[in-house]
Design a protein around this ligand. Structure first.
Ligand SMILES: [Zn+2]
Length: 78
């Protein structure tokens, strides 16, 4: 009986340990945390953030903003 209680206590401790580790990881790694697009609020993909850590827009919104920029530049030239 005592063994069962010990085992249960050990399991709870391990579960708490794991939870603390997960919380610590999320606090220590803000660079890899999910970042939301400033335009649409969708999460920016991990790969995109690896290539462009300063990206504040998702791929779709970035493409749209580039198109807008090109459009305005063309307008400006005319
Ligand atoms: Zn977006």
């Amino acid at each position: 009986m005592a063994d069962l209680v010990d085992e249960a206590g050990l399991l709870t401790e391990q579960m708490l340990d794991m939870r603390v580790k997960v919380i610590r990881q999320s606090l220590q790694a803000p660079a890899t945390a999910v970042k939301a697009c400033e335009e649409c609020g969708h999460p920016i993909g991990k790969k995109r953030r690896e290539i462009m850590p300063a990206a504040t827009l998702c791929v779709d919104c970035q493409a749209q903003s580039e198109r807008r920029k090109k459009y305005f530049l063309r307008k400006h030239d005319e």
